[in-house]
Ligand binder design. Structure first.
Ligand SMILES: C[S@@+](CC[C@H](N)C(=O)[O-])C[C@H]1O[C@@H](n2cnc3c(N)ncnc32)[C@H](O)[C@@H]1O
Length: 246
């Protein structure tokens, strides 16, 4: 395990934007080689369907020959699938983890390019992107509101933002059950696969500190986005949507 994760006070890191990234990036560096397998297993295979459904919504909405960033791209799952559906698009995957980017670059012959970077400070000039995609991205940034504001900055008027993520369920009973399950399952898989529970035990607290779906949609509206399509699963625990910048 990375020495920076030993004895780490998870709550302190999740509540302090200045410290959160210092924890999140080494953690994703550790899990990168097993990230794809973990996501499949941990979501009981549902992740693949959620991503397909998100791509069904976004692929037809991006302008011909458009420029796209897949933010917090991880190993490039969304970037590769969008490129396969839309060979005309110029897609760049951006992720804070060098190990995730190295894994994604191994498949770069399939179209997209990949660079290390920050979803909260996208490598794009103001008003230049036709689309941004982000799977489980904004929850992992130190400040999701600031990162969403950066998406609004970088998109062209009429550009689209396509996101998929877990949200903090609004209902207290369901929240306790949902997060309780994720906490226990995450700790177990973290111990079994990486010798330390925190690497997946992080998921539940990261959701607990993230916004509800209503808060997310409110922030999108405040930033001038219009939600064109959205789907919700697990009683508000997961949602994907496409929002267009006015
Ligand atoms: C749960 S993974 C999602 C990977 C991929 N998008 C997917 O849907 O499978 C979250 C990713 O966010 C990245 N990440 C965390 N903070 C970031 C930031 N500030 N900027 C860019 N990427 C970040 C992590 O390195 C990790 O690869």
């Amino acid at each position: 395990m990375d020495p920076s994760l030993r004895g780490l006070d998870l709550e302190a890191h999740l509540t302090d934007p200045a410290r959160k990234q210092q924890f999140v990036t080494p953690m994703f560096d550790i899990i990168a080689p097993r990230y794809d397998a973990f996501t499949r297993v941990f979501s009981f295979g549902m992740d693949a369907g959620w991503k397909r459904a998100l791509l069904d919504l976004v692929a037809p909405r991006v302008a011909q020959g458009g420029t796209v960033i897949d933010g917090a791209c991880g190993t490039g799952d969304l970037a590769f699938q969008l490129q396969a559906r839309r060979p005309d698009l110029v897609i760049t995957g951006v992720d804070a983890s060098t190990r995730m980017i190295a894994l994604a670059q191994a498949g770069a012959a399939r179209g997209p390019s990949f660079v290390v970077g920050d979803l909260g400070a996208l490598p794009a000039a103001d008003g230049t992107l036709d689309a941004i995609t982000a799977g489980y991205g904004y929850r992992n940034t130190p400040d999701w509101r600031a990162a969403l504001a950066d998406a609004a900055r970088a998109l062209k008027p009429g550009g689209v933002l396509a996101t998929l993520d877990f949200h903090r369920p609004a209902n207290a009973l369901w929240r306790a059950l949902f997060l309780g399950y994720l906490r226990v399952a995450g700790e177990l898989v973290g111990w079994a696969w990486h010798g330390h529970g925190i690497v997946y035990g992080y998921i539940a607290p990261s959701i607990a500190h993230f916004c509800t779906l209503a808060e997310w949609e409110h922030e999108l509206a405040r930033l001038g986005f219009v939600i064109e399509a959205h789907e919700v699963r697990l009683l508000g625990g997961v949602a994907w949507m496409v929002a267009r910048k006015r």
